[in-house]
Write a protein that binds this ligand. Structure first.
Ligand SMILES: Cc1cc2nc3c(=O)[nH]c(=O)nc-3n(C[C@H](O)[C@H](O)[C@H](O)COP(=O)(O)OP(=O)(O)OC[C@H]3O[C@@H](n4cnc5c(N)ncnc54)[C@H](O)[C@@H]3O)c2cc1C
Length: 417
């Protein structure tokens, strides 16, 4: 019996490739009629890259991604708060990639079609509801011409993202996504990469910050690369921001004036903002952790299970890890409810803690300490926070997010190939 996947994003496609690797029949139902490379930059941490390598995607990732070399926090005055090497430069056996989300999704989609055949992904097929019994699950999908199609399978995997309909049926009384007061404006512009040439740089303080990093290699003639950037402001309001859609386009006038004088001799933030051909607005939302991700023969993975603030660059990484852990459970227990529970029980507690940690600003919480101790004004950061304190803070975050260097390097493969 087939595994039914609802949602053809990062989690859904990684799940399909994993099932194929294990010789488990799988069909993905994706609500949009045509998949397009939507979104802007994301980061894949080494723990997720390891899984994609194990799926044979090493060369393809190298082609579309940039191996990140550095992660840096910079105060509003332009002085470094913290800088650390990333990926292979930090000693991981696998790189960290900065990559265009849409390109990654299309890469995974193309691989699914190549390896499993065109009938393995049904687009224009929106998941509506499920009935799960002891022998099978029936899922109902609405197609593009308004017909409801009934599909039966051994399990249903809800990989349908932040507004998951599978999750809604599992937890009918849950409120929608929760907004914590911050809004992100995201775009890409052509510019010369700064610092190491592959640095993730965050400038500012918790309530007002700007992130940028390259997601393409520099053009050999011009030296220009595609720079992903995110401008972020926090509002002190009780009201809801409303639309939590990753694809809402807005004009830069909505936020540019807050960053108008953010220019340094090494980084010109206003020009980066003005250089973008499209800017997307997204309120930083997440959901409260759930006590369970499984209902009979149904399970949720990725953002459907645990949407989190994108402050630690681990939403897409965790979606891939989920698919692999679920695959490992299938290998061990077979495609049945026991596997779904095994996957849930090995991860739910630590991921729920990570969601809450990211709500508290995740790794960039260090900027909160800087504000608290000196109002953000410092010459030498060591006078404000000793190096060991930041090192300790960062290693705790990496351990919580599953990419502590030594532990990851020594870990056996999730799915032995
Ligand atoms: C259009 C888009 C743009 C994004 N851009 C960014 C970005 O720029 N930066 C960033 O950090 N994160 C972005 N994200 C979120 C990021 O992809 C996820 O946080 C992360 O990759 C986890 O992936 P996921 O597969 O769980 O969810 P997603 O990547 O959100 O994928 C969910 C998929 O399920 C489909 N779907 C939804 N409802 C149904 C349904 N009822 N039936 C069938 N299919 C359904 C969606 O169309 C989507 O393809 C974006 C997501 C989307 C959908």
């Amino acid at each position: 019996m087939t595994v039914i996947v609802a949602g053809g994003g990062i989690a859904g496609m990684a799940m399909a490739l994993t099932c194929h690797q294990l010789d488990i029949p799988v069909v993905v139902h994706e609500s949009v009629a045509r998949l397009e490379p939507l979104g802007v930059g994301i980061n894949l941490q080494p723990n997720a890259v390891r899984e994609l390598y194990d799926l044979g995607l090493q060369e393809a990732l190298e082609e579309i991604g940039v191996q990140a070399k550095e992660w840096a926090l910079v105060g509003r005055n332009g002085n470094d708060v913290w800088a650390e090497p990333r990926g292979r430069d930090a000693g991981y056996r696998w790189p960290q990639y900065s990559i265009h989300r849409g390109k990654l999704q299309m890469l995974l989609y193309d691989e699914v079609i190549n390896r499993l055949g065109p009938s393995s992904v049904i687009t224009g097929s929106r998941f509506l509801r499920y009935d799960s019994n002891k022998d099978l699950v029936t899922a109902y999908f609405l197609n593009e011409v308004g017909e409801i199609k009934e599909v039966q399978g051994s399990v249903l995997i809800g990989a349908d993202g932040l507004h998951s309909a599978v999750r809604s049926q599992m937890h009918p009384n849950e409120e929608g996504p929760i907004w914590g007061g911050a809004v992100m404006w995201r775009g890409t512009s052509q510019a010369k990469p700064i610092r190491t040439g592959a640095s993730f740089v965050l400038v500012g303080k918790l309530e007002q910050r700007f992130v940028c990093y390259p997601i393409s290699k520099p053009d050999p003639d011009t030296g220009l690369a595609t720079i992903n950037w995110i401008a972020e402001l926090t509002y002190d309001t009780e009201e809801d921001w409303g639309n939590s859609d990753w694809n809402t386009k807005v004009h830069i006038d909505k936020f540019l004036n807050s960053f108008e004088d953010w220019s340094f001799d090494w980084l010109d933030i206003p020009s980066l903002i003005k250089g973008a051909s499209a800017v997307f607005e997204y309120p930083m939302v997440d959901r409260n952790p759930l006590e369970n991700w499984v209902d009979g023969r149904c399970v949720v993975i990725g953002d459907a299970a645990h949407p989190m603030y994108p402050v630690g660059s681990n939403g897409a990484s965790q979606a891939i890890i989920d698919a692999r852990l679920l695959g490992a459970a299938f290998l061990q227990h077979g495609v049945q409810p026991t596997s779904l529970l095994a996957y849930q029980n090995t991860t739910i507690e630590s991921i729920n803690q990570l969601v809450l940690r990211n709500r508290g600003a995740g790794p960039i919480g260090i900027l909160g300490l800087v504000e608290e101790r000196c109002g953000g004004i410092f010459e030498n950061i060591e006078d404000i926070i000793p190096r060991e304190e930041i090192e300790d803070y960062m290693s705790k975050y990496k351990a919580a997010a599953g990419f502590a260097i030594d532990a990851l390097n020594a870990a056996p493969p999730t799915i032995a190939t």
